[in-house]
Design a binder for this molecule. Sequence first.
Ligand code: FES
Length: 321
Amino acid sequence: MGVKDTLKVRVKSMSFEAQGINSYELRSETSGDLPAFTAGSHIDLHLANGLIRSYSLVNVQEERNRYVIAVNRDAASRGGSRFLHEVLRVGDTLAISAPRNNFPLAEDAPHSVLIAGGIGITPLWCMIQRLELLGRCWHLYYCTRTRQSAAFLDEMRSLSANIDTRLHVNFDQEPGVTMLDIAGVVAAAGPDSHLYCCGPLSMLDAFERATAARPPHTVHAEYFKAKEAPAAAGGFTVVLAKSGKTLVVPTGRTILDTLLDAGVDAPYSCMEGVCATCETRVLEGIPDHRDLVLSKEERELNNVMMICCSGSKSEKLVLDL
Ligand code: FES
């Protein structure tokens, strides 16, 4: 997303949520309503250090006056979470994108099973608040390293009196605790249940294996990081239908790299195929899909692609840019 398409918000407050996790409340500069969102949505933050990072919204979707995000101080931070924890302060302004939802909630599902690992709780906590408001049945399996690193537990426990029958916490590094049996959780879910997972790659891999035989529309996963390297073999041509430009993608560069190198103002955020900011319509040619956003069926249509990570199986791609 180019900066021209962003909204300006101010950091109204910051809160400690758990060890290494702060939340940030963002309000419109004009005090007006912010664009509506649904549970599972994320926004892109355009940080003053030049980075663009995506974070899930954690507040209830009925709130129109604010967005709340929660950010884990990642030890391997490439600058995003470090900037938020160490530099961003109350009163600062930020440019953000409008919310986008690649991880929507099936609100009419009779039962929802949600599996969170660490900071992967953020979209799922938003979903739980929505399910609770709708009076839907849900179970959350929430894994963190320790009790101290679990965010939003107090808020979850205050949702209802019988919460312990629906909230299952797993503090993986506490004595005597074993890792969550994801295959067992999935196997116990009824055929109509919708299953959600957000967490580290190892957890998402286990979830994908466990849910492989279930109807695809009942299985929902959100990735924070790429699973594989971007397509950077190059050697194909990209034609930009709107501007009439033709560019050759060289070896070692992605389509997005090539566009940015040529001064084309293409939208992007994560650059890892997980946020869909760079989603681009394909008018001709066969993409080599590498993203974690499109479903198998969507990939097979070959009418959109994530240009930050996907390449081309054909000699030429014509894009709606
Ligand atoms: S920039 Fe996030 S999917 Fe391409």
